[in-house]
Design a protein around this ligand. Sequence first.
Ligand code: SAH
Length: 351
Amino acid sequence: MTKEKNGKKDIKSMMPEELEKEFELVGLKRYRVFQVISWLASGSLSFDEMTDLPKELRVYLKQNYKIINSKIAKKHVSPDGTTKFLLELPDGNCVESVLMKYKYGCAICVSTQVGCRMGCRFCASSTGRFCRNLEVSEIISQIEVVQKSENIKVSNITLMGIGEPMDNYENVVKFLKIASLPKGMNIGARRVSISTCGIAEKIKEFADERLGTTLSVSLHAADDCSRDYLMPINRKYNLDCLMKFCRYYILKTSRRISFEYMLLDGVNDSKRDALKISDLLRGMIAHVNLIPANNLEIDSFKKHIKPSSAEKIEKFAKTLLKLGLRTTVRRTLGADIGASCGQLRARSLSL
Ligand code: SAH
């Protein structure tokens, strides 16, 4: 956890039990922790606002802790209602969050890192330099700042913004635990989806946490040769290894995995590719979510790859359905405002 030069601790990155320990040491009652947590979850940015706390406690908090916040640097609203935020963190780095409004409520897609080191060929997040992991508080503050700005309460969270969540594993797991606190944001793990490019050993660790979060795996290719080309992580954890840990996840959690599959023309969208997916996922409780690729202004899209046509996507979906796989095609929300992860940050860095 980051500490400021003056030694103040980042209170929003702390678990209740950590705070309780510290409060006990200075003779404070444990129940005060949950009062503070409720204030923080309501978006409070100053200890002075916490008026139901004794004055001495507010002074103690101010002297020892800081409240991390982020600022809205840019906001783009798409005609379909999707809103994309470029958020500035306390150190000046920027990340993105996307708010989507559905009939059932509001879902937010948040970032977990500043940049990404996974190097997927089709993703704008990899074009920006990798800077650092986000602190727990910085993941939380994306939700808070958007809720405040739009005057809404988020009901669902997806960890599919900039970054690879499993590459910032500890902070992400802590975030999931803090977000689900009933006295806090109260967004239970079942209303959170986490997406990974396939850091296999972390999928195992995550299964053992038994949090109940929905897991998405970005598959995008069903043979090692194509996947090595599209996603360098495959050279470390090939499909055999990835599938072994996915099976472990399903066995341990009894939850299905959603496999994300972006269709790229002539790369992964043939009938043979559909058959390979079917072989790969045989016997697994799985769902295939086909993603129309966003044509980005990045080198790979300019030179080597291009999105599959809507007709090809439909044909591919039908083939998978015929093969007995649960398949959906993702609605593309916000493509016109650059809502693919990393696009807005890449533009702000003029990449
Ligand atoms: N690192 C994580 C989460 C971030 S990306 C992961 O890889 O899963 C969120 C999703 O957007 C992933 O499925 C990713 O593959 C997809 N994505 C990235 N670039 C895209 C593009 N140009 N068009 C469509 N989807 C894209």
